[in-house]
Design a protein around this ligand. Structure first.
Ligand code: NAD
Length: 246
């Protein structure tokens, strides 16, 4: 695996959950990290982890195209982009709100295209770059009940990943997607609490993972670090899901 020492890495949605664990893991692997999130206060906790000396933070709302350009340009040449921002909506195709679908496309798909456009010309000019997009096994990989907008848009993330990979594979660019199963994160905690009976909701989420437990953000971060330095793979959707899709 190629070293990440002296590599510059941008992570979106790094204030909590998988994005935060990944920012810390990239820094621990020797990279210089720009950890971004719409929630500036959440980014403050990144000062505490191993390797935090090489983490810069910046407020970045990935829905704001101008902010995406200015924050990323200010950081300089980007070697690795980890597009982690995403939102989960509940609902089937019948009860899903069109507004939710539009918002899911904005945050889960179009925002990734904005950040990719901000880093790709520089990567092409230098002939090297790794883009990692956060998808899910709830996507073209697997249908999951009551997750229509989420599954549709995460499938689009895999399509985007393959498209970028195909267009730039001969120019030193790699683009891969991560497809987690169910991962212990603040927003998952919210989804479990929102169901009313927390213990039953938690047991149901655990039951769908054959390994008998939820994943940790750190386990997903390990895969992100691997893909940043994995120089012979592109256009792939990597499931990391406790055996859900065996
Ligand atoms: P999370 O949902 O707990 O946190 C999301 C972070 O995104 C927050 O810090 C929030 O402030 C930030 N954010 C929200 N809107 C933003 C915006 N417009 N611009 C920038 N940042 C914004 O984190 P998580 O559960 O680890 O999920 C991270 C990613 O992993 C998402 O794309 C999610 O779909 C994906 N994922 C999560 C799971 C899981 O079980 N947790 C499973 C599969 C995929």
């Amino acid at each position: 695996m190629a070293s990440l020492v002296k590599k510059k890495v941008v992570v979106t949605a790094a204030g909590q959950g998988i994005g935060k664990a990944s920012a810390l893991a990239f820094a621990a692997a020797g990279a210089t990290v720009l950890a971004t999130d719409i929630n500036e206060a959440a980014l403050e906790s990144l000062a505490e982890g191993a390797g935090s000396a090489s983490i810069q933070t910046a407020k970045l709302n990935v829905l704001d195209g101008d902010e995406v350009q200015s924050v990323i340009q200010a950081f300089g040449d980007v070697d690795v982009l980890f597009n982690c921002a995403g939102v989960v909506h509940g609902g089937t195709v019948l009860d899903m709100d069109d507004k939710d679908l539009d918002f899911a496309f904005e945050l889960n798909v179009r925002a990734m295209m904005r950040t990719i456009r901000a880093v790709l010309p520089g990567m092409i000019a230098r002939g090297d770059g790794s883009i990692i997009n956060m998808a899910s096994v709830a996507s073209s990989t697997k249908g999951v009940p009551n997750r229509c907008a989420y599954t549709v848009t995460k499938a689009a993330v895999i399509g985007l990943t393959k498209s970028v990979a195909a267009d730039y594979v001969t120019q030193g660019i790699r683009c891969n997607a991560i497809c987690p199963g169910t991962v212990e994160s603040p927003s998952l905690q919210e989804r479990m609490r929102a169901q009313g009976d927390y213990d039953t909701a938690r047991a149901a989420f655990i039951a769908r993972q054959p390994m008998g437990r939820l994943g940790t953000p750190e386990e997903i971060a390990d895969l992100a670090v691997y893909l940043a330095g994995a120089t012979y793979t592109s256009g792939q959707a990597y499931a990391i899901d406790g055996g859900w899709t065996i």
